[in-house]
Design a protein around this ligand. Sequence first.
Ligand code: SF4
Length: 94
Amino acid sequence: MVIFLLVKDYGGESGGRVTMSRWSEYKQKVGDTRPWDVLNPASPRINIQDANLRYDICLGCDRFIKLTKQCRECGCVMTSKTKLANAACPLGKW
Ligand code: SF4
């Protein structure tokens, strides 16, 4: 898959530039946190008040999907991600 993307980028629409793969783009957006960190009790958490402040910001964000509680930028479920100490908004809002 990666090889395909590089070949396509060298010879095609991007004019010879190597563009970021979708996986690299995703990793950059989620930062140091991974969705499965929620399942790891050793992952540091923040207090519930601070998590609620983060979640309130998401509720007012146009990138928030109310139905699934997910962020359109990183794909994470925000009811969980907002509780992780090392998590960050991909748009820098919190
Ligand atoms: S993490 Fe950031 S971009 Fe995503 S819904 Fe929350 S405030 Fe919006």
